[in-house]
Design a protein around this ligand. Structure first.
Ligand code: URA
Length: 230
């Protein structure tokens, strides 16, 4: 035995096989993914479709929110994520940086994501509206109508296993429901066959820390849905 305990005969066969493929000009052997598709191919396709969609929004003037924006906040994270978070709309920090959930509420969201063993780079985060409403007011119906088709396209492209809706605006837009967030949080609902869990918005949790235990229950539900077999 050599090379960390591997039988030298196997090493020799592998070296010869690699040399054979390289001589034939083949340097990359694709491995089929779970659904028979190459994971790289899936990632590249989703990534491209999301960039094309983002390009469609460049210089957007579809609603009045464009007037006060510094940056449009399209979305951020893994295009092939199994878990997508949808918030309401960018705040001051997000508007400055062009990324969702990077302010105080974002730091709490990042902690909650870590608490279920994930990193922000593994999930995807976006908002119902992509430009900051003045003084962080709730987006108005016509602004949601103009912008939400882009959020729905993001969900369609990523096609995650689970969607988490952060707060009333995301919940009412995606589920087309007028029920309060307290009435629907922590339930497993569906959007086009995908599991959806509404929960409190992190900004609400900052103002009402006692609600954090309920949000924690909701995140445990997210975790169990992610781990469940397909
Ligand atoms: N609140 C949101 O709903 N979205 C953000 O991106 C930041 C704060």
């Amino acid at each position: 035995m050599s090379r960390k305990g591997i039988d030298p005969k196997i090493v020799e066969v592998l070296e010869w096989t690699c040399r054979f493929w390289q001589d034939a000009g083949i340097y990359h052997v694709p491995v089929a993914g779970k659904r028979g598709k190459q994971p790289d191919e899936d990632f590249r396709r989703k990534s491209k479709e999301l960039s094309d969609l983002e390009a469609e929004l460049k210089d957007c003037t579809r609603c009045r929110l464009c007037e006060g924006r510094t940056n449009l906040v399209f979305g951020d994270g893994n295009p092939a994520a199994e878990l997508v978070f949808v918030g309401e709309g960018p705040g001051h920090d997000e508007d400055m940086q062009g990324k969702p959930f990077v302010g105080q509420a974002g730091r709490l969201l990042t902690k909650m994501i870590r608490a279920i063993g994930l990193d922000r780079s593994q999930v995807y985060i976006c908002n119902v509206v992509k430009c900051r409403p003045p003084n962080n007011r709730t987006p108005q119906a016509d602004e949601i109508a103009a912008c939400s088709p882009f959020m729905f396209r993001q969900l369609e492209i990523i096609n995650p296993k689970v969607i988490c809706l952060l707060g009333a605006c995301a919940a009412s837009t995606v589920l087309r429901s007028s029920k309060s967030i307290s009435a629907i949080r922590g339930k497993t609902l569906k959007w086009r066959g995908i599991n959806v869990v509404p929960t409190y918005h992190p900004a609400y949790l900052l103002r009402n820390p006692r609600a954090k235990s309920k949000a924690w229950e909701d995140f445990k539900l997210l975790y169990s849905l992610l781990k469940a077999p397909n």
